[in-house]
Design a binder for this molecule. Structure first.
Ligand SMILES: Cc1cc2nc3c(=O)[nH]c(=O)nc-3n(C[C@H](O)[C@H](O)[C@H](O)COP(=O)(O)OP(=O)(O)OC[C@H]3O[C@@H](n4cnc5c(N)ncnc54)[C@H](O)[C@@H]3O)c2cc1C
Length: 421
């Protein structure tokens, strides 16, 4: 990061009208919710949201959820252009297609891809994550080809290709991979899933037994699910024999990697921050030692009230909403608006749907040392199965899989005791 004197002309000067200037880096849901929270505190501030995508905030989980009609209006179909009340005046400005290249937190300056600089009074870091690529791409398979899914452009490409493809090979067995498998089946494709590091889907979250049961269930429903060495071998074969061209006419076989993500923090280098896994924040989402800098969403690593303050980073929509709200309120409070904010009090929960099977997870199953099936049979998840996750005999998480709502009330009961822990 150059010093302030090396920077080009300051195109956006600090607030001359006395109103504080707030920069939000990231136009995803966390950034938007932070902006909304600031406006709700009636902060007489000017907010600028910088986003390197060309779109305003949209429903990212929707990219894999169901089959969208294929048309040039795919953007319109998927995009959820959330309105911000009170922003009709100059309280909120969107700078889309604009990447923040670097930040100097000491001098409160952002350096933009346009060559401009932006001087802020308050900053929210909401730059999210990007897909990790090629676990095995370190020379073992020379033809390194992959497609990943994060944004609207990726989704447009994948939906179009799925329509024209017969076969999809997916690397990974996490949420995005499983949802893509489901989507590909809806398009009538043969699906091969390769998971070399784990024994089944969501293993790192739901544990081995549930994960293996889900793996068997996928196979029963027509998906070729390979793990371990067979996954690794096939991965090399697929890459060598069937590379996905980055340009030129696409074939009838699609190859997608969904093997996790990497936080977007490079633009913060040089500020002495702990960026080892996202941006470290305190329970108010503040980035120490800077009093007016906060982070939220997928990029923020915070002290988890669920694990006695262990640092955690969550990549879930609701978490981005909750932490975005909190970061916005905390920043408004730091600038003298609104009341003193509360600490993070997040109740982790999420749901996904794979081939019609709804999977709901709450609490923190990762922390458990044992699990028990409360209702149903793990080998028949579509008939309904509820699982409790325990640590030293106390419940720390729960999961519910069902195609209908057979054990809904049992799951709600578990959630109540989890919340009241
Ligand atoms: C395909 C898919 C399906 C999902 N399904 C679910 C689900 O079912 N349930 C669930 O709970 N969660 C789901 N998620 C996760 C959920 O979408 C994320 O948790 C949420 O979008 C995080 O929001 P965010 O604002 O923190 O980050 P993002 O949505 O990633 O937004 C960050 C934005 O900042 C931009 N940016 C990054 N760096 C810069 C920079 N230097 N300058 C300017 N802009 C920058 C990025 O391009 C991006 O637009 C899914 C995610 C994906 C990809």
């Amino acid at each position: 990061m150059p010093s302030a004197s090396d920077l080009p002309e300051i195109v956006m000067p600090p607030a001359v009208d006395g109103r504080p200037l707030i920069g939000i880096v990231g136009s995803g849901i966390a950034g938007l919710r932070a902006a909304k929270a600031i406006l709700k505190c009636e902060a007489d501030a000017r907010i600028v949201i910088f986003g390197d995508e060309d779109h305003r905030t949209y429903n990212r989980p929707g990219l894999t959820k169901k089959r969208y009609p294929l048309s040039d209006a795919l953007d319109m179909t998927i995009a959820e252009d959330v309105k911000v009340h009170g922003a009709e005046n100059d309280a909120l400005t969107w700078r889309l297609g604009t990447r923040v290249q670097a930040a100097d937190l000491r001098d409160r300056i952002l350096r933009l891809s346009t060559g401009e600089t932006f001087e802020y009074d308050g900053l929210v870091i909401a730059s999210g994550v990007r897909p990790r690529t090629s676990v095995w791409g370190d020379g073992e398979c020379e033809l390194h080809t992959h497609r990943t899914l994060r944004g609207l452009g990726d989704a447009r490409y994948i939906h179009h290709r799925l329509q024209a493809s017969d076969k999809v090979t997916l690397v990974g067995a996490g949420f995005v991979a499983c949802e893509l498998a489901s989507l590909a089946r809806e398009y009538g494709c043969e699906v091969i899933m390769l998971e070399a590091l784990r024994r089944g889907p969501f293993e790192s979250v739901l544990g081995e037994r549930v994960s293996m049961a889900l793996g068997r269930w996928l196979v029963q429903h027509g998906i070729t699910f390979l793990t371990g060495d067979s996954a690794k071998e096939l991965l090399c074969d697929v890459r060598a024999s069937n590379p996905v061209p980055s340009s030129g006419p696409p074939g009838r076989s699609l190859f997608i990697e969904a093997i996790g993500s990497v936080p977007n923090v490079e633009w913060l280098h040089g500020n002495g921050l702990d960026l080892s896994d996202g941006v470290r924040v305190d329970e108010y989402m503040r980035v120490s030692p800077w009093p007016n800098v906060f982070a939220a969403g997928d990029v923020a690593r915070y002290p988890d009230p669920w694990t006695a303050g262990n640092l955690t980073r969550m990549e879930f929509w609701k978490n981005a909403i909750d932490t975005g709200d909190l970061a916005g309120r905390s920043l408004a409070s730091a600038l003298g608006y609104g009341s003193v904010t509360s600490r993070i009090g997040y109740f982790p929960s999420m749901s996904t749907e794979v081939l019609g099977l709804r999977i709901q997870i709450a609490g923190n199953p990762k922390m458990s040392d044992s699990m028990e099936t409360v209702c149903g049979d793990l080998d028949q998840p579509d008939q309904g199965v509820v699982v409790a996750y325990l640590r030293e005999g106390a419940m720390v998480g729960a999961a519910y899989m069902d195609k209908g709502a057979r054990f809904n009330s049992a799951y709600i009961k578990l959630l109540k005791s989890l919340r009241g822990r």
